[in-house]
Design a protein around this ligand. Structure first.
Ligand code: DQA
Length: 150
């Protein structure tokens, strides 16, 4: 099983960016935690991080050959029709992840163009959102493999 992990804008700054909100874990640490879970669960993972919307659309399109996509669209969650359309176009199981719970923050973050086009969403657990999201996504894929009619 091969999973694409796509990180959106400003997530390259994790570890120094608004640490009171996002915590001290760097993106490299988050990726390495995911790598550990991947080897435990027998998966392969490919990571990308982009700040630009177009590059993120390209990364989602490139994930078409993966079994699933795990994505933190970051600020584009709240604005990007292009990213939403890319997820719909690629049509592989996609799980959204957020370190914080955007619904508990500023009002503009309650607009979410992604959550209704993904199979699941994990938010608000800090860096642990990613590991939780990956485990849930893999459970979903394995359940679907056993019960393909669902
Ligand atoms: C975020 C939440 C978004 O609202 C914000 O723009 C981000 C990160 C999160 O992981 O909590 O950049 O996606």
């Amino acid at each position: 099983m091969h999973i694409s992990v796509v990180h959106g804008p400003n997530l390259n700054l994790l570890g120094s960016r608004q640490v009171e909100l996002y915590g001290l874990a760097t993106l490299a640490q988050i990726n390495s935690d995911l790598e550990q879970i991947a080897s435990e669960l027998g998966l392969t993972i490919h990571y990308e991080q982009h700040n630009g919307e177009g590059a993120l659309v390209d990364a989602v399109q490139a994930a078409a050959t993966s079994d699933a996509l795990l994505i933190n669209p970051a600020a584009y969650t709240h604005t990007s029709v292009a990213l939403r359309d890319a997820i719909l176009a690629v049509a592989i199981p996609t799980w959204a992840v957020h370190l914080t719970e955007p619904n508990n923050r500023e009002t503009f973050r309650r607009v979410d163009l992604i959550s209704d086009v993904v199979i699941g969403r994990t938010a608000g657990l800090g860096a642990a959102s990613y590991s939780e999201a990956l485990r849930k996504l893999v459970s979903w894929l394995r359940m679907r493999a056993k019960k393909p009619h669902l």
